[in-house]
Structure formats: C-alpha cells, structure tokens
Design a protein around this ligand. Structure first.
Ligand code: ATP
Ligand code: MG
Length: 704
C-alpha cells in the first residue's frame, strides 16, 4: 500500500480535485430523491401547495375560520391580513385575478401559528359536514376526537385546505400544481446534468491518473530490471518478469482507479446517505439489519477467497512460463514429437488455474444475488413499515420514496466497501510482486566515487580469481591467473562446462568475482564505473543475439556510428555478403530473435556489433564456431590487422584449435582450472588436455 501512496504522491492535487468532484457528485445524487419526494408530496399529493398559511382567503371563508380563534387571536390574525374589496385585481402565483368577492391578502409572517388550529378545525368541520352555526365549543370537542389520530401532524390537512380556499376565490390550482411540478422537475434535470458533468470529470481524472501511474511503474520496473545483474535475474524467471510488468501492473492500475473512485465515493456517499436516512428515525433500523446481513456474508466470502488470489497470480506465471518455453522451443518439440508431453504439462497447470479461478469467481458471483436479495427485501420492508407511518400521516409517500432511495445508496456504499475488501487483497498480491522487483538490491553496483580509467589500453590482470555462481555449492573457477597485454590475443580452450564463458563474463562485471581480483590499467574493475568499463569492451556473447529492427540498427545498437566505422565493422566481421545477399541490404529487417538469418550470419553480425566502435578489449565468446573454415580464417586475418593498428587486447574463446592456433597465448581450462598455458607449439609439447583436443581435430600435417 505504501508503494501505491508513493506513486500517488505527485498527483496529490489531482486527488484533491477528484475528492471534490466526488463530494459534488454525491451531493447532486443525494439531492435528487429529495426533489422527487417534493414532486410526489407537494406536487402531486398537495397540488403544488407549499405554503403553511394561505396567501389569500375569501372574506366568507375567513369568517368561518375565525370562529375557531379566541377573541384576542382574532384581532391579531386580522391584522396580519389586508382586506381587498370586490372588483380589484390581485396577482397570485403569476395569475391575474379580478376579484368577484372581498378577500383577505396575507401580509405578515407572525400569525401562522395562530392560524394553524382554526384552519384545521374549519377543514375538518367542512369535511365532516358539520354545521358551524352550532355551539362552537361542542363542535371543537367533536373534532378533537378526530384529531387524536393525526398525532400533531396537521401540515398535510392544512395544505389540502389551502387548495380548497384558493379554488373558492377562483384561482386555477391546476396551474399552480403544473408550474410547481415543472419547476421542480427542471431543477432536478439541472442537478442531474451537473451530476453527470462532475462524474465525468472525476472518472476522467482518475482513469488518467491511474494510467499515468501504471506507465511510470512499468518504466520503473523496466529500468530496474535493466540494472539487474545475472544473479538478480536468476531470482525471477523471465516469464514472471513479463507477467509482473504486464498483468500485475494492470491490476495495480485497476486498483488505483478503484481507489480514486469507489474507495473515495463509498464513504462519502455512505455517510451522507446515512445522515439523510436518519431524518426518518422510525424506519432507519431497517437499514442496520440489511447492512448487517451484507457485511457478514462479505466477510465470510473474503476469508475464503484471499488465500486463492496469490495462487492465481503464481499460476499465471507458470502458464506464461510454459507457454514461452513452448513457443521458443517449438521446432525442437516438433522434431522430437514431444508435443504430448508439453500439452500435458500445460494441461496440468491450465486446469489447476481453471479450478482456482472458478473458485474465486464463484465466490464473487455469489455477491450479486445476495445483493439483489438484500436490496429487494429492503424495498419490501421499507414499503411495509413506511405504509404504516404514512397511514398515521407521520410520513408522506414522497418521504418513503426518498428514504428507499437513500437506503439503496447506503446499501450500495456498503457493498462497494466490502467489494474493496475483496479486490484490495487481490491487487495487493500484485503490488507485492512489483515491490519485490523494485526492492531487489543490485549486487553489482558502482562505487560512490568511481575511479577513472585512462584513455589508452592497459593490462588486464586476473589475480587468483575464484568464482562461484550465486546460490551454487561449488566454485566454477579456481585460482585463475593471467595477464593480457595491449596488442595481445589471448585464447581460452577447454571442454564444455569448463568455465570459459564464466571467465569472460567476469571481465565486463556481469558477475563479480568471489575471491581474488580483476584489474584493468592497474585499477580493480569494481572501483571504476560500469559504464566506463563497458565503454572499453567490445563483447560478442556465446549466444549470438539479434534484436527486432534492421541489420544496421543491430550493428549500431543505439550508438552513433560514422559510415566508416560501420563499413569497417562489416568488413572485418565478414558480413558484407550477408548484406549483399539480402533484398534490402543493410536495411533488411531482422525478425524477433533473429529467426530469419542463419546461425553463422547471426554470429558475424554480433561480431560486427562488438567491433563497430573503437574499443580497448574485444571479447569473442565462441563466436567463430558456426563459421566455415574459410570465413573463420578471413575474419581472424582482418582482426589481426585491426589489433596491429589499434593495440587492442583480444580474448577469444573457441572449441576449434584452428581458430586459436596463432594466438599469443592459449589457456587450457579444465573443470575451472587453468591446466596449461603457452603458445600452440608449447602446449602441444607439454599439455595433455590440449594435445587430446588437437589430435581429435587436426591432421598430423596440420599439427606440424
Ligand atoms: N548462471 C549460472 N548459474 C549456475 N551455474 C552456471 C551458470 N552458468 C554456467 N554455470 C555452470 O558453470 C560451469 C561453467 O559454465 P561455462 O558456461 O563457463 O562453461 P563453458 O566452458 O563456457 O562451456 P561451453 O563450451 O559449453 O560454452 C558449468 O558447469 C555450468 O553448469
Ligand atoms: Mg561457454
């Protein structure tokens, strides 16, 4: 999680913006049910009447109403109104009205309480056809009995009455209703539109941020992997590294996007909706029950699912790795008819993957139906219990609808939160896998203040070097000593697995020595920067590697080469006829892995790459093996001319005596030890291992 926050940090401002957008979105979404409730209650139930005191009352109606007020109240009430005579024009709710009777026009705000009970009594009396000419106290008594069931809730009564009062004067109440519904509807539309815009902004920002972070993370992982030495590589398989940069980073991207949306939204929505739900204390307990059911189910599911997430990711690695090996080795597999074995290997992992994935997705799939069940149950329960409240006028239908929408929001928020519990552990597996790469300590690092190497070539000295591969039990090299002087050609020969390539890999510090030291120009190679060291070395590895791109880019390999340098490298490495033979010449495309050139051509091109810039040391690890004798000879000849000219040091590993016969010094390796050194003729005399190799390869005449 720390890792994610580290990556989120540069986007703090955007995150704040997203939070603001989210708050706005929640507010707009939550205010909609309120307006809907208004449309239903005020608009439909009460005919668009919002006021608690009628704006106008006809003189006749006022007389009836005042019957129920005490003497002192009567005066006060009348003072709150203005009497307007028949025939004048008044303006009510945008309606021009020519009065056909005297009316009272409301002007003061202080009398609404005084008017409440008289309005209620009058309404009830009329509704129950009670004549007002009887003793007013008796009437009140009868009406009070009816009032008991209303529980102090007179608002709805009064509004219905106000509508009647308006109709009596000739006001078109339908118009009031229509304009109320229209007005509120428009406000709702506007709010909904704002909600959409805000939501779009929030989603856009969060997707963008997540994508950017994923890109940065991918770059960081790539750069980190680039800095790995071989021993770090051995910790991760290639396919695992590929899964991590691809699949795992994508998972993290999804997590971040989810965090920026759901994780922010759910608590904000949840708390705001809860606050609104609490306005209806009579039925809010329903919610607690619903949430309780959900949380418990979720927790149970999560407990089952979490251990499986890691397994899924590991299996993804395995599948990738098998697939990769299968694709790389397709030709060999066909040649050996071992498709079935490979298929079985794949099937095993694949079906385990299927089982685990199925288990996890089944768990996830349960969530949906449970949610639907809880939500529907809640709706039914809300309708059931709210109906009772509506019956006693403690709630309006609009209230019930609003409550049920708020309740859904609360339930949804809780669902999101619990979903997060599901998804976060899953993504955290990916986070950990990325962190593993980023946190890997490089074993081969530059010193803080590396020493500088001189421009000109110097001696390369192996001083009592022993080497053990990381994690291996036994040393691969033991007590290797030699000195390579400028202008010299050194050769290493020995049976396979004798440690030739290992010696070579120590020179550019692909590995560090276990004991002893390697120095160049009098400086331990661990004290100079790797970049400077690599700048001095031209290296052609045992596996000739070509990269996607054309021949030219494979030789240049990111360096700026002059035409002369390029031509020279092509000439010395005997690559001219490769280029001549290709349709597009030097611009011929090389396919991935160099599958469209032959083994020998690949070797020559990678030799050209090693030679393409002036270097002090050239290393060729068994790269002449796939060349025919003629080409081998020509190549060595032009290489010798180069060394004459530049005084470079050349180190050649070879299996063929002919290739190294003319080297200044030949070292014979056997099981990691130097068992013979000297020139070809010296070794023929005093080194048995060399003699054996030589006799197996050359005729008596050649040896002579
Ligand atoms: N990355 C590695 N991790 C562990 N052991 C390794 C590694 N690379 C090579 N070895 C072991 O080190 C020994 C020497 O290997 P090396 O590649 O140096 O042999 P070589 O002389 O170049 O052989 P070849 O002529 O076949 O190229 C071998 O026994 C090999 O199994
Ligand atoms: Mg080798």
């Amino acid at each position: 999680m720390k890792l994610i926050f580290k990556y989120l940090k540069p986007y703090a401002l955007i995150v704040v913006a997203i939070i603001l957008f989210t708050i706005l979105q929640v507010q707009t979404e939550l205010s909609l049910p309120e307006y809907m409730s208004k449309i239903v209650s005020n608009g439909i139930q009460y005919g668009g009447i919002e006021e608690k005191v009628p704006t106008v009352i006809s003189a006749d109606d006022m007389n009836d109403i005042l019957l129920f007020a005490s003497e002192s109240d009567k005066n006060k009430i009348l003072q709150g109104f203005e009497l307007i005579g028949k025939g004048s024009t008044i303006n009510i709710d945008k309606q021009e009205l020519i009065l056909d009777k005297d009316v009272y026009l409301y002007k003061s705000d202080e009398i609404s309480d005084l008017l409440e009970m008289p309005l209620v009594y009058t309404y009830l009396a009329r509704a129950n056809n009670i004549s007002l000419s009887d003793d007013i106290n008796n009437i009140k008594k009868t009406l009070d009995e009816k009032l008991v069931s209303l529980q102090d809730n007179h608002e709805s009564l009064i509004r219905v009455f106000i509508k009647d009062l308006y109709t009596n004067i000739g006001i078109k109440t339908d118009n009031i209703q229509n304009s109320y519904i229209l007005r509120t509807g428009l406000v709702m539309l506007l709010i909904a539109a704002i909600g959409v815009v805000v939501q779009l902004c929030g989603t856009y920002l969060s997707s963008k941020t997540a994508a950017k972070i994923a890109a940065t993370m991918r770059k960081d992982v790539f750069e980190k992997v680039e800095s790995f030495s071989s021993s770090e590589f051995s910790k991760f398989s290639t396919s695992s590294l590929i899964t991590r940069t691809g699949n795992d980073v994508t998972k993290i991207q999804q997590l971040i996007q989810m965090m920026l949306r759901m994780m922010l939204m759910a608590p904000i929505m949840g708390t705001s909706a809860v606050a609104r739900v609490l306005r209806y204390p009579n039925i809010s307990w329903l919610l607690i029950v619903a949430i309780g059911i959900m949380v418990v189910t979720m927790i149970v599911l999560v407990i089952f699912a979490i251990p499986k997430f890691e397994v899924v990711q590991k299996l993804t690695d395995r599948i990738n790795s098998i697939m990769r090996e299968f694709l790389d080795g397709m030709l060999v597999i066909r040649a050996f008819n071992s498709q079935e074995v490979e298929e079985e290997k794949f099937d095993d992992v694949n079906s385990e993957f299927k089982r685990t994935e199925l288990f996890v997705s089944n768990l996830m799939n349960i969530i949906g139906p449970i949610m639907t069940f809880v939500m529907n149950g809640l709706t039914v329960a809300i309708t059931w219990f709210a109906a009772k409240q509506i019956d006693i006028d403690a709630m309006t239908i609009g209230d019930m609808m609003a409550f049920s929408q708020y309740a859904m929001h609360v339930v949804m928020s809780f669902m999101f939160v619990t979903m997060l519990f599901f998804m976060i552990p899953r993504s955290l597996v990916s986070v950990r896998r990325i962190k593993e790469i980023l946190d890997t300590e490089n074993t081969i690092v530059d010193k803080d203040n590396p020493e500088l190497l001189p421009e000109e070539n110097g001696e390369l000295v192996f001083d009592n070097v022993s080497f053990k591969y990381p994690g291996a039990q036994e040393s691969v090299l033991e007590n290797i000593n030699f000195i390579a002087k400028p202008g010299q050609t050194l050769a290493f020969i020995g049976s396979t697995g004798s440690g030739k390539s290992t010696i070579i890999k120590l020179i550019p510090r692909l590995f560090d020595v276990t004991s002893g030291s390697i120095s160049y120009c009098g400086k331990d190679i661990r004290d100079v920067s790797q970049k400077q060291l690599h700048d001095k070395i031209g290296y052609a590895s045992q596996q000739a590697l070509l990269f996607t791109g054309d021949i030219k880019s494979n030789i240049e390999f990111g360096r700026e080469l002059s035409k002369q340098e390029l031509d020279e490298a092509i000439r010395i490495s005997q690559s001219e006829n490769i280029i001549l033979e290709k349709q597009d010449g030097i611009n011929e495309q090389i396919s991935q892995g160099g599958t469209n050139v032959s083994g020998g051509q690949k070797q020559r091109l990678s030799i050209a790459r090693a030679l393409a810039q002036k270097k002090n040391i050239y290393i060729f690890d068994d790269c002449f093996s796939a060349l025919d004798y003629e080409t081998d000879k020509k190549l060595r000849k032009s290489l010798n001319e180069l060394i004459e000219k530049t005084k470079a040091t050349v180190i050649i590993v070879a299996q063929r005596i002919a290739t190294i016969k003319n080297a200044d010094k030949i070292f014979v390796l056997d099981e990691g030890k130097i068992v013979g050194e000297g020139s070809h003729s010296e070794l023929l005399k005093n080194c048995d291992v060399y003699k054996q190799i030589a006799y197996s390869q050359l005729s008596k005449e050649e040896l002579a």
